[in-house]
Design a protein around this ligand. Structure first.
Ligand SMILES: [Fe+2]
Length: 272
């Protein structure tokens, strides 16, 4: 499957001149219109902050299963945890999925605005790390909304980032290494779906596997070094009268046999 051309917008350049801002804004909108996604770089988010948020998540996942299970939120099982206002740990383990082990995944979903329920007792500093990451993402989302407003002549930033206190989620996905001799290349890891809410930011490793629907076919979103993927979600599409497209996406096991069996990790921020 070939990769689709997805815009790479330099947020730093947007601040250099009005023409640079308008050009970047139009490029962002066109990319989201086509595929529901765009890359952004030069966002001001420190790589060390992202690495730390990922590091405490991995500390959590390394805990004994019975400790992790204390954080399972059974009420959010239907929504994969995302729509939940409480924190949750989701374990799509082999016992649940049977032999389709390429679908196995552990997820951590926390709302940074809820003070209680973080696993700070078992991973000291977890909530501080994820809250700091969330504050940085908030700032990036605000700048992305302003760019969309500049191109579409809308008031998205005011509506979504000022007037209402919206729910937020930080989500860490861990897809474990696949241990098998069977050919799993290209198998579906997460079935096609769109996400609730307004926008999300995806920080992914270099394994790949994300595909977005573009003109009726799923195309690879190859990881872009140093860039974050902006995803448009259901509420944004609704609010703009579908002038912006929500991203319809899925995750597959990479088609390259050399990396297919390697673990994959992603960190995402959602403005819901
Ligand atoms: Fe998704």
């Amino acid at each position: 499957m070939s990769a689709t051309p997805i815009a790479i917008v330099d947020l730093g350049r947007c601040e250099t001149s009005q023409s640079a801002l308008e050009e970047s804004a139009d490029s962002l909108v066109e990319s989201i219109r086509n595929s529901g996604v765009a890359f952004i770089r030069n966002t001001g988010i420190q790589e060390s902050q992202v690495k730390h948020a990922e590091s405490v998540a991995n500390d959590f996942l390394a805990l004994p299963q019975d400790v992790k299970n204390r954080f399972v939120d059974r009420s959010s099982a239907q929504t994969d945890g995302l729509g939940s206002v409480v924190h949750s740990y989701v374990n799509m383990d082999a016992a649940r999925i049977g032999t389709e082990y390429w679908k196995t995944r552990e997820s951590l979903i926390f709302n940074p605005d809820i003070k209680m329920g973080f696993p700070d007792d078992v991973v000291p500093g977890f909530s501080d790390s994820w809250k700091a990451f969330s504050i940085s993402c908030d700032d990036v989302i605000r700048r992305v909304l302003k760019l969309l407003d500049a191109s579409l002549n809308t008031r998205l930033c005011q509506v979504f980032n000022s007037e209402e206190e919206r729910s937020k989620s930080v989500k860490f996905n861990h897809y474990p290494a696949i241990q098998t001799n069977e050919d799993v290349c290209g198998k579906i890891r997460v079935r096609a779906h769109s996400d609730p809410g307004i926008l999300s930011l995806l920080f992914q490793d270099n394994i790949g596997g994300l595909q977005v629907e573009n003109n009726g076919e799923f195309v690879d979103v190859a990881p872009e070094e140093g860039a974050i993927l902006v995803q448009a979600n259901q509420l944004l599409a609704q609010h703009t009268g579908d002038r912006l497209k929500e991203v319809h996406h899925r995750v597959i096991v990479p088609t390259d046999p050399k990396i297919a069996c390697l673990q994959r990790q992603t960190l995402s921020y959602f403005l819901l």
